[in-house]
Design a protein around this ligand. Structure first.
Ligand code: CMP
Length: 144
């Protein structure tokens, strides 16, 4: 079975409410391996770069203000079907639509402050991992 990698962000609302451990525990309990991780923060322009695909959306200014409002925890998750597994664990973008037992159902405050982000496809995952962990592929994705 080939493993794949995805990027996870615990957003400012998750860090502010001391949910880092609770969220990482869900990844680990569901077979996702943390192969890189750091706490950091985004400037407004870095948030605009990360979410550039949403530049034309009406919520772009608010989203990038919010994402640059406090510390975040970014990680690379590794595992079989890691992208879809992470999205399943996160639940729907809008917490009102999220399934029972998902991270967003249990923790999210709103559509914007929805606690976690996860890459949506292999190409996006490569780009998003490179955004936060430049050279990560050279360092190597395997934890010993
Ligand atoms: P995320 O998975 O990080 O991808 C883009 C983010 O934009 C999304 O989670 C939400 O936090 C936010 N978002 C998506 N749609 C809306 C919306 N209609 N209004 C406000 N924020 C949104």
């Amino acid at each position: 079975m080939e493993s794949e990698q995805t990027l996870s962000i615990i957003k400012p609302d998750g860090v502010r409410r001391n949910l880092i451990g609770a969220i990482l525990k869900r990844f680990e309990e569901n077979g996702l391996i943390l192969t890189a991780m750091k706490m950091t923060s985004l400037s407004k322009s870095q948030a605009e770069g990360f979410y550039a695909v949403h530049r034309e959306r009406p919520f772009f200014a608010s989203l990038t203000d919010y994402m640059s409002s406090g510390p975040i925890v970014v990680s690379v998750l590794d595992g079989y079907n890691a992208i879809s597994k992470n999205r399943e664990l996160m639940g729907a973008t809008n917490p009102q639509d999220a399934a029972e037992g998902t991270i967003r159902k249990d923790f999210a405050e709103s559509l914007e402050a929805n606690t976690v982000h996860g890459s949506d496809a292999p190409e996006t995952a490569r780009e998003e991992i490179g955004f936060f962990f430049p050279g990560w592929e050279l360092i190597g994705s395997k934890r010993s």
